[in-house]
Design a protein around this ligand. Structure first.
Ligand SMILES: NC(=O)c1ccc[n+]([C@@H]2O[C@H](COP(=O)([O-])OP(=O)(O)OC[C@H]3O[C@@H](n4cnc5c(N)ncnc54)[C@H](O)[C@@H]3O)[C@@H](O)[C@H]2O)c1
Length: 297
């Protein structure tokens, strides 16, 4: 198969590219290296260095492509608050451009990297895709709009789409600055530098941390499964959560407390039963193992 990965030089996109190439597929990548790194990009992938907000530049590159993994986004919450236009242009208009280009090229299916941030705060845990979205910041809203547009492209144009809502992804190549600097990245850096681990708020906030290898498998299963393609929204998380205090204790060493962050959910936890039912996916990486792997590098 010939696949196109938008954002193929980013954290998650580059891991998808590697897995596709290892499985013997041809891979094309669109990336403008705004947050992605050249070092992440597999040299066996065919690169179009372009901005997805430039429709004419990306449109021809979709011809002959069987499936698209749309991971490119400006995935930074503070950036989306400070630069609402630029952020919406990339995350909403960029997604629309990618969908139109895929539709025109008669691509069979597009798997959209959605975000658990669409849930925001909910009255109960765990989060299920049938709950009413409650985005708490511009980035979360934009990612949610992308899901709606992807679903619309199936209804209006017959382009098969699936949205995967990732829950706090961590693993090799994860960002060490920005909104998705998971606390894990920050703690790892602080531990290496011999500094105390910084905890925002009381540290009892919890997150469902998902290893990138599991996210990659979910993408490929969503691309290949005969049971999805109609704009479904599926959670990609583990179904277990850890508090920031627990992670600090696992890493060890002194801690310091700072003010809680504004615009972020208190808890996140995925109900993955629909994902398992539809595409047969379950996470494999245990958090303790994934964390130890990262800390050993
Ligand atoms: N990392 C997480 O925990 C997480 C959680 C939920 C959802 N997501 C979603 O997963 C996707 C990938 O996230 P990531 O953590 O790998 O981020 P990342 O920043 O590492 O990767 C995004 C990639 O997209 C590229 N890009 C950005 N704007 C572009 C544009 N206008 N044109 C072309 N390329 C562009 C960047 O250069 C980068 O390579 C994003 O859509 C993000 O919203 C990530």
């Amino acid at each position: 198969m010939r696949y196109l990965v938008t954002g193929g030089a980013g954290f998650i996109g580059s891991n998808i590219v590697d897995a596709l190439l290892a499985a013997g597929h041809e891979v094309r990548v669109i990336d403008n290296f705004s947050t992605g790194k050249r070092a992440n990009l597999n040299p066996r992938a065919e690169l179009l260095e372009a901005d997805m907000t430039n429709f004419d530049a990306i449109h021809p590159f979709f011809v002959g492509v069987d499936g698209v993994f749309h991971t490119a986004a400006l995935a930074r919450i503070p950036f989306s608050i400070e630069h609402p236009i630029e952020s919406a242009q990339a995350n909403i208009m960029g997604t629309l451009n990618v969908l139109v280009a895929a539709r025109d090229a008669k691509v069979r299916r597009l798997v959209y990297s959605a975000s658990s941030s669409a849930y925001g705060s909910q009255p109960e845990l765990p989060y299920r895709p049938d709950m009413c979205p409650n985005p708490l910041n511009p980035y979360a809203m934009q990612k949610y709009v992308g899901e709606l547009v992807a679903e619309e492209f199936f209804r209006f144009y017959g382009l098969e789409t699936v949205s995967l809502r990732y829950f706090n992804v961590y693993g090799p190549r994860m960002a060490d600055e920005g909104a998705y600097v998971t606390v894990i990245s920050v703690f790892r850096r602080q531990k290496k530098a011999g500094q105390p681990l910084t905890i925002h708020g009381d540290g009892e906030q919890t997150r469902d941390f998902t290893h990138v290898s599991d996210v990659v498998r979910a993408n490929i299963m969503a691309m290949e499964s005969p049971n999805v393609g109609k704009g479904e929204v599926l959670n990609v998380g583990t179904g277990s959560r850890y508090s920031i205090n627990q992670i600090a204790a696992m890493i060890g060493g002194p801690t310091v407390h700072e003010a809680a962050r504004f615009g972020e959910a208190r808890d996140s936890l995925a109900d993955i039963s629909l994902t398992t039912e539809r595409i047969g996916w379950e996470p494999k990486m245990k958090f303790e193992d994934g964390l130890n792997d990262l800390l050993s590098v």
